[in-house]
Design a protein around this ligand. Structure first.
Ligand SMILES: *Cc1c(COP(=O)(O)O)cnc(C)c1O
Length: 365
């Protein structure tokens, strides 16, 4: 077994804070002195109740969520939310506004169509191959739309909203799977926020949903019990057996975030990390960013070598791996290279990557 330091740039599941991993290891077999593991315990026990309540309290505190919103821990990933959101929020005769900034918003739109919803495509990023988000402040929303859907950070293409669109009275729904809690967000601007945990706030298996209470009451009679937000609100995310381990891990990650000083502190570090990596890329004359500079993601940094030299990119990925820098291959839909630098990626990981990038460019440029 190797003791080499490894920096994990995988897009998701992704790096978790080292202190959280160590704490989970320490507690796994004997949870806080009770003699057995939390994963062996009932989800209806006081032991687990404390965990899920602490997880919710942490999320509320970190994101500044008011009592007008419910916080839920669901299963099925962000992908189930692509269907559950329209199932619960669509209104007969009213369209759903979609801002298509890449694969994930596109998939969400597909589910809404399957359910028979009319679509108002407010922004179509396909014309630019999703390399830009354009200017969301210039978008207009028909005020009778049932809701508007955005994906705040485009994990695959490496673009991220710098400002959110003004939807007026139309509830704004955001897929924040890959940038949740990476920067300060005014939750009161949103009707619903969802995020698979496995990028910024935990392992796979739990999906965070933040929903404005009044919206949960919209749901048509025909929606099955398990797929209604109101079901999970009533039962406090314990309608059926939740992913207890994932919720426990989310609690540890959010404890860690609070210890760091909360989202503002984490955001500052994320800005420094991204700025250093983009600067190294831009000044190299060897690597080339793939997105509009104005929309660059602070979570997923996508780049190519030269005009897209696939052989050199392959070599980059394998040599980086040998140097302890893993997960740098771009998404299969776009190719190239991608460094995912979520909250838990330390600054030392960015330094190791930029050092490697400079050396690789020197040897191969
Ligand atoms: C990863 C990702 C998803 C898919 O999440 P699952 O939990 O695998 O369904 C959806 N949206 C965004 C923005 C993502 O990054």
């Amino acid at each position: 077994m190797s003791n080499q330091v490894v920096y994990n740039f995988n897009a998701g599941p992704a790096v978790l804070p080292k202190p959280v991993m160590l704490k989970a290891q320490e507690e796994f077999v004997n949870y806080r002195g009770c003699g057995y593991g939390l994963v062996e315990e009932s989800h209806r026990s006081p032991l687990f109740e404390e965990v899920i309540q602490a997880a919710e309290a942490n999320v509320r505190k970190l994101m500044g969520i008011s009592d007008d919103y419910e916080v839920l821990f669901l299963q099925g990933g962000a992908s189930l939310q692509f269907a559950m959101v329209p199932m619960n929020l669509m209104v007969p005769g009213r369209k759903i506004a979609f801002c298509d900034t890449g694969e994930w918003s596109h998939k969400a739109m597909k589910e809404a169509k399957i359910l028979g919803a009319g679509i108002d495509l407010v922004y179509d990023g396909s014309t630019s191959n999703f390399s830009t988000i354009g200017d969301p402040t210039s978008w207009t929303f028909q005020q009778d739309a049932a809701y508007a859907h955005i994906c705040s950070n485009n994990t695959i293409y490496g673009t991220e909203y710098q400002t959110y669109p003004d939807t007026g009275a139309v509830p704004l729904v955001a897929d924040m799977s890959s940038d949740i809690m990476s920067r300060v967000v005014d939750v009161s601007r949103f009707g619903l926020i969802f995020a698979g945990a496995q990028k910024n706030i935990g392992p796979a298996g739990v999906t965070l949903v933040i929903i404005r209470r009044d919206l949960a009451e919209r749901c048509p009679e025909t929606v099955p019990t398990m797929l209604r937000y109101s079901t999970h609100i009533k039962s406090k995310s314990l309608f059926n057996t939740p992913s207890t381990f994932s919720i426990y891990m989310l609690r540890l990650v959010t404890d860690w975030m609070l210890e760091q000083g909360g989202v503002p502190t984490v955001q500052k570090l994320n800005e420094i990390k991204a700025a250093r990596l983009y600067a190294a890329m831009d000044r190299s004359g060897f690597y080339r960013g793939t997105c509009d500079v104005a929309c660059r993601s602070k979570m997923n940094v996508c780049f190519r070598i030269g005009a897209g030299d696939e052989d050199l990119e392959k070599k980059f990925v394998s040599e980086a791996k040998a140097a302890g820098l893993i997960g740098l291959k771009g998404h299969r839909a776009v190719g190239g290279l991608r460094a995912s630098i979520y909250n838990a990626m330390p600054l030392a990981g960015i330094e190791a990557l930029t050092t490697f990038m400079a050396e690789f460019a020197r040897r191969n440029g």
